[in-house]
Design a protein around this ligand. Structure first.
Ligand code: M6R
Length: 614
């Protein structure tokens, strides 16, 4: 979703802003813009363009066309007003003095706009963001408050979620940053300062960052950053050193981030699993759920969105089996409005790759309000969800850039299993030997995944046979059904092929009427206990003319091949590790179908990597 970058220093700002914005492209956007203060013209210069960042960059000759050492930049994902040059950010006050970039939504913008219109303030865009620029100008120029006071007064009037970068023509050596419910980080450089919605935007220039908390305001100059709380009292910000390499966020010779990240999964899993497994037991760093607390738990409630929710669906099967504690899974966007039955005897497990998904964050807050303890499984270190949770388990997958999550999903799944083993040992619901057996297979998972990844051409071939289909059904039972949900989402989000996932047993209750000659059904049959049932469903849809692409384990491939049109295989493994391996051919299938259909794989239409609006 929208990206923000800001720079104040001694270098030319525009090339730095364009470079930063290019690092944020993965978040999804439809237009881009920058504002810089030009000393020659003693005014703000604003450049905006609908479409790809390339259009803006060409307009600015890569940055050479816009002179100035202080500036803000933005990639916009339209919410209020269609994607257009005029609706792009920065939005500027009618006086031309105040420029604002904004992520989030100003919920009461209509009311504020009406007030400003009644005061004779003219508007040019349809955005909620313009209201912010105009309101700051109203207090700054109209009521002659200082810039900081004008910003403070404006914040008192705003409702909603926002991260703001503010530049004023009268204060060309400073930027103001504001955060409420939308992430914003500060970067501390040598003789310069940065603000950004995501650390990748500024990593090339500094590794020293500070995470802004809700309600905080920061004033950035080339000499440093002053931070204030919501009462405008000065506060000290902890500076955190980011130690991952910038290469991790680059394509490294791969055509797409998604393919690179699929291939990175074994390594990501090694980082996630290996340090936590010792002598047949699980050890979490900095873990503070006591054995007494775990033994007193009445319920676990998993909350997440999208693929993270699908991890939760697998998690329900796995955690119930391992711990015998009832597990509910809720979509975060539903949870917050459903009057949930959650209290201090419930452990709420929040799953989020980005740690910034707004619906998930809102659900987390609701769970805490109801007295639950919140444990989050998060990839992005220092993200909002990680910081607001009582307990965090990081997935250590490294930066994930492609909108379609892959290594995020598989590492989340690994953490869920590790958590299950940890709880089971405390609760005595698995024997020591059963824990050892599972952990041994988890340690073998990266190697087995490498075997699957060694032959993507098999999957590529079947994608070439089916990429023209308009509709695909994924069927499976138990964890294969949960896997189908993720496989189906992967396909539809990047290839725009309609697809649905069904629990196979439900076919006869309606869906099978859609199956006819040539319908593509992907039958997931990895779960050994229900293999015979999976076979029956394959026979059922084949009898109605479907083409069946099946996925099963190597030991069952021959049996499956008797019925299915084609069979993809994964190595045999522990039942609780099957979805971790099974997802890989499904990710590759979706990738190749999207590739053959000529889709923009890393940045699918209408989607954003981190969904920071409701
Ligand atoms: O960052 P999160 O895990 O909270 O994101 C949740 C979903 O937005 C995300 O999984 C989305 O569904 C992905 N595009 C799926 O590939």
């Amino acid at each position: 979703m929208c990206g923000i970058v800001g720079y104040v220093g001694t270098e030319q700002a525009t090339p730095i802003l364009l470079e930063g914005l290019s690092r944020l492209e993965y978040r999804g956007y439809d237009s881009a813009g920058v504002a810089v203060y030009s000393r020659q013209q003693e005014a703000l210069r604003v450049y905006k363009a609908k479409g790809r960042l390339r259009v803006l960059s060409d307009m600015l000759q890569g940055g050479a066309a816009a002179d100035g050492t202080t500036g803000i930049g933005h990639t916009r994902w339209a919410t209020h007003g269609a994607p257009s040059d005029v609706n792009s950010h920065p939005q500027v006050s009618h006086s031309g003095k105040i420029a604002v970039v904004h992520n989030g939504i100003i919920e009461n913008y209509a009311e504020l706009k009406e007030f400003l219109l009644s005061e004779g303030v003219p508007f040019t865009s349809e955005t909620d963001t313009e209201v912010v620029a105009q309101l700051i100008a109203y207090f700054y120029e109209g009521e002659h408050l200082s810039l900081l006071e004008a910003v403070g007064r404006t914040l008192l009037r705003l409702e909603g979620a926002y991260a703001l970068g503010i530049l004023c023509a009268d204060a060309p050596d400073k930027l103001i940053a504001v955060r409420k419910d939308s992430p914003l980080i500060l970067g501390y450089g040598e003789g310069c300062s940065f603000l950004a919605s995501d650390v990748t935007a500024i990593l090339r220039y500094t590794r020293e960052v500070g995470y802004m908390d809700d309600g905080e305001v920061a004033v950035l100059t080339r000499d440093g950053i002053a931070c204030y709380n919501y009462l405008m009292q000065p506060i000290e910000k902890e500076i955190i050193h980011i130690d991952w390499e910038i290469d991790a966020a680059e394509k490294g010779g791969y055509e797409h981030f998604m393919f690179k990240e699929i291939m990175e999964q074994p390594e990501a899993l090694r980082r996630c699993i290996f340090p936590r497994v010792r002598d047949g037991a699980v050890y979490f760093e900095d873990f503070h759920l006591s054995d007494d607390y775990i033994c007193a738990l009445k319920k676990i409630c998993i909350i997440a969105c999208g693929s993270s929710y699908h991890v939760g669906v697998v998690g329900k099967y796995h955690l119930e089996r391992m711990t015998r504690i009832p597990v509910e899974v809720a979509l975060a966007s539903e949870f917050r409005y459903m009057d949930p039955i959650v209290d201090s005897s419930t452990l709420v497990v929040v799953i989020s790759q980005s740690g910034e998904t707004l619906d998930t964050m809102a659900a987390l807050r609701e769970a805490k309000r109801l007295g639950a303890h919140v444990l989050s499984i998060v990839n992005v270190v220092g993200s909002s969800i990680a910081r607001e949770s009582d307990q965090v388990l990081y997935t250590w997958a490294g930066p994930e850039i492609a909108v379609a999550t892959t290594k995020g999903y598989s590492t989340q799944l690994a953490v869920v299993n590790l958590l299950g083993v940890y709880f089971a040992r405390v609760l005595g619901t698995m024997t020591a030997q059963a824990c050892v057996d599972l952990l041994e297979e988890m340690l073998l998972l990266p190697g087995k995944m490498e075997q699957v990844l060694a032959h993507p051409e098999d999957i590529q071939y079947w994608a070439s046979q089916y990429f023209n289909h308009d509709s695909v059904f994924y069927i499976g039972r138990n964890v294969d059904y949960a896997l189908g949900l993720e496989a189906s989402l992967k396909l539809k989000e990047i290839s725009y092929v309609h697809s649905e996932a069904y629990a196979s047993g439900e076919l006869k209750h309606g869906t099978i009427s859609l199956v006819e000659d040539g319908t593509l059904v992907v039958a997931l049959g990895t779960y050994g206990r229900l293999f015979e049932k999976a076979m029956s469903n394959v026979v059922e849809v084949k009898a109605r003319g479907a083409d069946v692409l099946a996925l099963t384990t190597e030991s069952r491939a021959a049996e499956m091949a008797k019925t299915a049109t084609a069979v993809l295989t994964i190595p045999d493994t522990h039942e609780l590790v099957l979805p971790s391996l099974g997802v890989v051919p499904m990710q590759l299938f979706a990738y190749y179908v999207a590739l053959m259909r000529g889709c923009d794989i890393d940045k699918p239409r209408n989607l954003a990597k981190s969904v920071t609006v409701e």
